[in-house]
Ligand binder design. Structure first.
Ligand code: NAD
Length: 350
């Protein structure tokens, strides 16, 4: 069940009323601790006495080490199979928390309370959980649905502009796939952060699109692959930046996805399945908001290796979700890796 609204305290109070405090475990990150404490304090003060397990911010949370720490904490706190794990945070907390819950004692219940836009419009809904392995994003994971999701757009007021843009990229993606009212709304630009009512409307539209696709194909054997639009090239850009994160600041997930959407649309045009006008339109939405991602031609081969290693591909075939036109995307398009290389090389700095 997904609850989306502005009075999260009442919704949570009702939902938690059947639980004993000792059977509820709360996971958050350093960046979401404030919201986690405040939300539970407002909703159900008795739970504030529960210990919060705080994972590191960002991708560091999605490691085997953090998963082991969470499992150890649950075991030491005497967590039983009828317990509930509440994940309050961004996509990283929802991903690692869902993964840990779905495997602890073969699975305990979990709820997601997303505190970033990206988590509200993507990571907390749809039932994918995961952690990274050896630099590969989400390589270990499970399909496991949270029993409840509580979405309160007011949380995004404390997000940085960069983090907000991260979530907006996924909203653009969902709008592009659907081509209906959300796409029209995306073309009007982002609302003010404080305009929670406008955000709520966008989130509700967005999650209806995602749910419609996920409900047809939960384990991603077919149509759900459409939701990977922008992600094959985007993840390669993101992995490249994570690999060099000791030299440069890693790029945000959303910036990688925004540029992934652009480059994959460019590829769709090169493959003659999409009109140039679609690319121009998308450029006008993405380029003013998302700083260009700098990489060199030497890094391109490495990015191709990331793509070949992407779990969506067999070793010698690159299969992508691509766009034909707004509201008409296709999945499993078999593509020559050299054509992908051409697109990356066009954008290399030198
Ligand atoms: N499971 C899925 O279906 C799915 C879908 C999309 C993305 N993801 C994953 O989601 C992750 C990205 O999620 P994200 O963009 O939320 O990043 P994140 O979870 O890393 O959070 C970004 C930062 O914001 C902080 N934060 C959280 N809430 C905040 C708030 N309200 N105000 C201020 N700071 C806050 C966090 O502590 C963190 O430092 C990636 O790992 C990606 O792979 C998963």
């Amino acid at each position: 069940m997904i609850w989306q609204g502005l009075d999260i305290a009442s919704a949570l109070q009702k939902a938690l009323s059947g639980y004993k405090p000792e059977s509820v475990f709360i996971l958050c990150s350093e960046g979401s601790l404030f919201h986690a404490r405040k939300t539970l304090e407002d909703a159900y003060p008795i739970f504030i006495r529960r210990q919060f397990f705080v994972v590191p911010d960002g991708e560091k949370a999605k490691s085997l080490k953090t998963a082991e720490d969470i499992w150890t904490w649950l075991a030491e706190e005497n967590c039983k199979r009828d317990a509930l794990l509440i994940n309050i945070g961004g996509g990283a907390v929802c991903d690692v928390g869902g993964f840990c819950a779905s495997n602890f004692m073969r699975g305990i219940k979990f709820w997601n309370i997303p505190s970033t836009l990206l988590a509200m419009v993507d990571a907390s809904v749809g039932g994918k959980t995961g952690i990274n392995l050896n630099g590969f994003k989400n390589y270990i994971g499970s399909f496991a649905k949270p029993s409840q999701v509580f979405i309160n757009p007011q949380f995004i007021r404390t997000q940085s502009a960069d983090e907000l843009l991260s979530g907006w990229a996924e909203v653009i993606k969902h709008g592009l796939i659907d081509g209906g009212a959300l796409w029209n709304r995306v073309n009007e630009g982002m609302p003010e952060t404080k305009d929670s009512a406008a955000w709520l409307e966008i989130i509700v539209q967005n999650n209806a699109i995602k749910a419609r696709i996920v409900d047809q194909d939960f384990t991603e054997l077919g149509v759900r692959k459409l939701l990977n639009l922008g992600h094959t090239l985007g993840h390669a850009l993101e992995s490249m930046s994570l690999e060099n994160s000791d030299i440069n600041e890693p790029i945000s997930h959303g910036r990688a996805i925004a540029w992934g959407l652009l480059l994959e649309t460019e590829l769709s045009v090169a493959l003659k399945i999409c009109e140039k006008e679609v690319l121009q339109h998308l450029k006008s939405l993405i380029e003013p908001l998302y700083e260009k991602i700098i990489f060199t031609s030497q890094q391109v081969d490495n990015m191709l290796l990331w793509i070949k290693g992407d779990k969506k591909n067999t070793v010698d075939e690159v299969r992508l979700s691509l766009i034909r036109k707004v509201g008409d995307c296709v999945y499993d398009v078999s593509t020559d890796i050299l054509q992908v290389k051409q697109i990356f090389l066009r954008h290399a700095s030198h």
